[in-house]
Design a protein around this ligand. Sequence first.
Ligand SMILES: [Zn+2]
Length: 297
Amino acid sequence: MSALPIFIYSDRYNMDLGEHVFPSVKYRYIREALRQDERFSEHKFLEPLPLSYEEAASVHKKAYLEDLRELNFSKRVYRSELPLNRMIVDAFFLAAGGTLLAAEMALQHRLGMNLAGGFHHAFADHAEGFCYLNDVAIAIRVLQKQKRIRKALVIDLDVHQGNGTARIFRSSRSVYTFSVHEEKNYPPKEKGSLNVGLESGTSDEQYLEALEKNLEYIKSKFKPDLVVYVAGVDPYENDRLGGLSVSKEGMARRDILVRDYFQEVPMLAVLAGGYAINTQDTVDLHVQTCEVLAGFR
Ligand SMILES: [Zn+2]
């Protein structure tokens, strides 16, 4: 693989959530780790612009976006399990802008990775599970509207199903939503194009086998113009919100499998979840995904 991935990052991705289980400090730590790693010295790190309201409206309902704009903690908002304030809303618009920019970079350079994003529990009309804006769905819709892509494949390997994304594209034939997740975990599952619910405790070999078998199947059925890799690292064995047992090495093999499966197709990658007991593990696992996409492993 010859293309250098383009990374998207802003210091303003970091939200101050206090003692919240969501370690938003990870964004800064990941960037710092890449900055200190000489192998990434040739890579571009671009600063995104915030998503526009119109771009957000390609997926989200007006009433819900109004709530976010007015900081109105309504019934559409409260299921985010996050506070609602200007800094947080701005961070979500910036992260979603980062995912859109990473998608554009993917189309130009083959690989674009946002060092944030993957807020796959956000629905068109409400927030859920630490997610206000469904950045992945927005990037796909915007590029489709601009006629820069026709078909997109979402490979969502966060331990939690991307219920918002699945619902948003439920009746779309141009977007294939594939999810491998832990069956007995949040959220209640939405019907996606292909849902693979794994038993709690699933470890490396079964996990990778399930992934590979289904990637093979999808490849025979669907020819995407863009692959979106939602690279959540919460299938990791020491995750607080995930019950799978995938080792650190297994997680690297997973990333390699995804990278190599659709080599000819532009790929957008986003971070999504990661709640390891030790936050440094979460950072290391996301950095590992960066290393794989950069071809260092
Ligand atoms: Zn997750």
